[in-house]
Design a binder for this molecule. Structure first.
Ligand code: N01
Length: 545
């Protein structure tokens, strides 16, 4: 007992052993705090543990995503490809866990089912697997912005007699390696054409007897341009680790690209198209992240690029009717996540691959033998649900989180999140949300931005400990100011009205739908500047006690 308050079982509980959670646990353990990590999976890796589907890979340059390789933790790590595949990412996560010796801090195959703030005690009581109780001073979620899987609400899903699964719950063999990677002889149906579907489709098309792609909304996709990394290239990258890290920290998304200073509307057509051509051919996200600076703020500028990419789709897909169906008409280029593809469009040139437009002919039900749409039935052996995630807040909504006075986080955020720095919400003291809503790490190269955020939180907790402080909560004023700025800034972009995972649609009592941003769009560098300002002011905006 201290000041009549109970001593918690540990200083900190970290939820999640993805790249951010394991690094957070490592940093706090190094500072001498007692840390308990809780992870639902069997091992570390988070997104790279759960997503094992064929074609799963990075679309950030490996060397720019791999924070542990860029810092002293895995300085000798050798990437084999410019954009590493999932098996390599899983090895990387495990090697980092070994190097940081953090496995001993985590309970695996354990879920946090509830977390209740104990009023007056400056601590949280956390329930593990529904029955084990443990208390901590600080609770840190590192549950990932894209981890709560979303299955479609289609009649009959459970009646299908073949194999079916969500893309992020791919079946595994007894030895833990992914099963179902070869579709030879099988009739496969895939629902969803987001970044996941776009990675799976060309690989499944290689072996499937028939592949039916059930598309509701096409996305703007551009080439990934992956290639192996030679020993010489890797040696050069290793020499530049420090410079690479410093460079990506200065960019908006921590990808290794800076935006062009020009506005597309001010550049003559010929020059513009030549620039687009260069961007389209270069590996990675340049076309989205280093194009003209008015891409996401000026509809006319956006259309220049959208028209250019639409023509590329027409050139790559042989059947003009199929090509037109693959060209988005409902959202500007880059206002939704741009899937990076490898032979995605060419897959539709195979006689065995069929695009099913479920806007024209909606899915009516899943049957024991396949999928029935409004105008025909498809007999299938496998159905893949690449239907995405209940993003950013979904993984927190699935935990019974209650703050002061027993208020439920899910209810407090029902109309959209309210936070300060995207790191804490008023009414939920001592609870930090890494890579959570309204913070600059969710719309970023998470490998780097999540780690930088974990470092910031570590500094705050060390500061509090040094001063004997056991309580932190944002002031109402700080939270209001932050939240208003998030919603205001997002509404000025072309992303504001789009149905993307970073937007929460809230249905109001009068039936109208309000779109609420889940992410911070001010850029990673600006975000960290704001966090630094708060830290240097002695955590102004937080009530500390
Ligand atoms: O999910 P999504 P995702 N009936 O939400 C469709 C990251 N990521 O897993 O657009 C029919 O983008 C839905 O259709 P619509 C990345 O940040 C990274 O693909 O709603 N269809 C859409 O086509 C990415 O943005 C990598 O009309 C339904 C699809 O399912 C994020 O994860 C790779 C439906 C869902 O697309 C999510 O990507 C993969 C229904 N009822 C993912 N419900 C890298 O490269 C949904 N859909 C690192």
């Amino acid at each position: 007992m201290k000041d009549g308050k109970r001593i918690p079982d540990c200083d900190v509980i970290v939820i999640g052993a993805g790249l951010t959670g394991m690094y957070q646990a490592y940093l706090l353990d190094k500072e001498g705090m007692s840390v308990l990590g809780v992870e639902a999976g069997e091992e570390v890796g988070g997104t790279w543990y759960w997503n094992r589907y064929p074609g799963c890979r990075l679309d950030t340059e490996s060397y720019a995503y791999g924070y542990f390789a860029l810092t002293g933790i895995l300085p000798d790590w050798k990437w084999s490809e410019n954009f590493a595949g999932q098996p390599e990412m899983r090895r990387y996560a495990n090697a980092a866990a070994d190097a940081m010796d953090i496995r001993r801090l985590f309970k695996f195959q354990t879920r946090v089912t509830a977390a209740h703030y104990l009023d007056g005690q400056d601590m949280w009581q956390v329930t593990l697997n529904g029955d084990e109780l443990v208390t901590c001073r600080h609770l840190i979620s590192a549950t990932g912005p894209l981890s709560a899987t979303r299955m479609p609400n289609i009649k009959g899903v459970e009646t299908f007699e073949g194999e079916s699964f969500h893309s992020s719950r791919w079946p595994t063999k007894a030895d833990g390696t992914p099963d179902c990677m070869d579709f030879t002889g099988k009739r496969v149906g895939i629902i969803g054409t987001g970044a996941t579907g776009v990675q799976i489709i060309p690989i499944a098309a290689e072996t499937a007897r028939e592949l039916h792609v059930f598309q509701r909304t096409p996305n703007w996709c551009t080439p990934l341009g992956n290639s192996p990394l030679s020993d010489e290239q890797m040696a050069l990258i290793r020499k530049r680790h420090t410079t690479i890290l410093e460079y990506v920290k200065t960019t908006d998304t921590a990808f290794p690209y800076h935006r062009d200073r020009r506005k597309a509307v001010e550049v003559p057509k010929e020059e513009r198209d030549a620039f687009f051509e260069t961007l389209y051919d270069q590996p990675g996200y340049g076309i989205w992240l280093s194009g003209f600076r008015d891409l996401l703020t000026n509809a006319e500028s956006n259309k220049f690029l959208a028209d250019f990419v639409a023509d590329k789709i027409r050139q790559r897909v042989k059947d003009p009717a199929v090509a037109e169906k693959l060209i988005p008409t409902d959202h500007p280029f880059g206002s939704k996540r741009v899937p990076m593809e490898s032979n995605y469009y060419e897959a539709y040139n195979k006689d065995t691959v069929h695009l099913v437009d479920i806007r024209e002919s909606p899915i009516q039900e899943v049957t024991p033998t396949g999928i029935r749409t409004a105008d025909r039935s498809f007999d299938l052996d496998v159905i893949i649900y690449a239907t995405g995630f209940d993003a950013v807040t979904g993984s927190l909504d699935r935990i019974d989180i209650r703050g002061k006075d027993g208020r439920k986080l899910k209810e407090v955020w029902a109309d959209g999140p309210t936070t300060f720095l995207g790191l804490q919400a008023r009414g939920f003291p001592n609870f930090f949300t890494l890579v959570g809503p309204h913070n600059g790490s969710s719309f970023c190269n998470v490998g780097v931005c999540g780690a930088l955020q974990a470092e910031w939180v570590t500094r705050m907790l060390v500061y509090m400990e040094a001063k004997g402080l056991t309580y932190s909560e944002p002031t109402q004023e700080a939270e209001d100011k932050w939240t208003e700025a998030i919603y205001r800034d997002f509404s000025t972009t072309l992303m504001a009205d789009v149905n993307a995972w970073w937007v929460k649609s809230v249905t109001k009592p009068d039936g109208t739908v309000q779109k609420r941003a889940l992410v911070y769009v001010g850029g990673g560098a600006e975000y960290r500047k704001q966090c630094e300002r708060v830290a240097y002011s002695g955590y102004k905006g937080f009530e500390l006690a």
